[in-house]
Design a protein around this ligand. Structure first.
Ligand code: FES
Ligand SMILES: [Fe+2]
Length: 339
């Protein structure tokens, strides 16, 4: 059961070609995306109303798309405007169209009632596209349900173990209890870890002289599955609020169910533009990809185990607090929507 009346990221802006057709499945529904002549993005059901062929196997004709099977032509609103060999188009001939929003390079689709699409509900993914911040956009495909990845992002104690050699570098991260607060449509999770060695890649961006750092991870995790995080660290001993020698990062990550059992993962980790040039942006991105492969390997293996024994109980522990709360929030939102 998916939450429908919300925005889901379907693509990075650069993935949708200026001329051509792009398809991606969201919540089990095949979507076709393309651009009008003025650049605005259109999202239609990728399933011709005639014999259900994917429209993405057809071709774009101006602001319209023509099915590649028997040639029905649809406009950007999804209405069929031409049936080869027929004088008039049956009024029922149309495919569904989805509201689209573009914000800071994320392309969102509204999967619920179009009348309820509300851009006030878009998350603030500012660092995806901001002159003070630098990043490289990332995408990963997961063969697991979306919620298992949400669980992972809601409990950073795994940094100490899954990411021992990459993002973690200290068992102290797992020992600290985060603060969890409610925010509109989600949770705020704040974890502060004092006096730990910096992760290896920081040492290449900043000279910590072999010393320790105080680290922070402060993020909002919002429905339907978006993480917006300020993180960073400063040399242990520097006062809280002193940013002169700090490493400051901002990350936007979002999880869009492709189906019940597979997920799209869009992410970027930004650093302050003043921290370094292109080499640093590339290094952070490459490091993140290594770490995210560590997550994917673990979560995929976990998902296969769950499939093998769906009856096996899990053991609830204190470290699960945020993910339990988020799952409850999502379940309540889905329930409210169906009422
Ligand atoms: S299936 Fe599209 S025109 Fe026949
Ligand atoms: Fe992770």
């Amino acid at each position: 059961m998916f939450l429908r009346n919300c925005w889901y990221v379907v693509a990075w802006d650069h993935e949708i070609p200026a001329d051509g057709l792009f398809n991606r499945t969201v919540l089990g529904e095949p979507l076709l995306l393309f651009r009008r002549a003025d650049g605005r993005i259109v999202a239609l059901e990728d399933r011709c109303c005639h014999r259900l062929a994917p429209l993405s196997k057809g071709r774009k004709e101006g602001d319209c798309v023509r099915c590649g099977y028997h040639g029905l032509k649809f406009n950007a609103e999804g209405a069929c405007v031409e049936v080869p060999g027929l004088e008039s188009v049956p009024p029922k001939a149309r495919v569904r169209s989805y509201p689209v929003a573009l914000r800071h390079k994320w392309v969102f689709v509204w999967m619920g009632d179009p009348a309820r699409a509300d851009t006030a509900l878009l998350p603030d993914n500012f660092s995806c596209d901001h002159p003070d911040w630098r990043n490289i956009p990332g995408y990963l495909h997961y063969d697991t349900p979306q919620l298992l990845i949400c669980d992972n992002l809601l409990d950073f104690s795994h940094l100490s173990y899954v990411h021992e050699k990459t993002l973690g570098n200290s068992t102290a991260i797992a020992q600290v209890r985060p603060e969890i607060e409610k925010v509109p449509r989600g949770l705020r999770v704040s974890r502060k870890v004092r006096n730990v060695p910096p992760p290896a890649y920081w040492a290449r961006a900043r000279d910590f002289g072999g010393g320790h750092v105080d680290r922070w991870f402060i993020y909002d995790f919002l429905l339907p599955g978006t993480l917006l995080m300020h993180s960073g660290g400063r040399p242990t001993g520097d006062a809280e609020g002193d940013m002169r020698r700090a490493v400051e990062l901002h990350s936007c990550q979002t999880l869009t169910p492709e189906t019940e059992t597979s997920t799209h993962y869009f992410f970027q980790q930004s650093h302050r533009a003043a921290l370094g040039g292109e080499w640093l942006t590339q290094m952070i991105h490459d490091g993140l990809l290594v770490a995210f492969e560590e997550d994917r390997a673990m979560i995929t293996a976990q998902a296969r185990n769950i499939e093998r024994g769906p009856e096996a109980p899990m053991l609830p522990l204190a470290m699960d607090a945020a993910l339990v709360q988020f799952r409850r929030l999502l379940a309540q939102a889905v329930e409210a929507e169906q009422a």
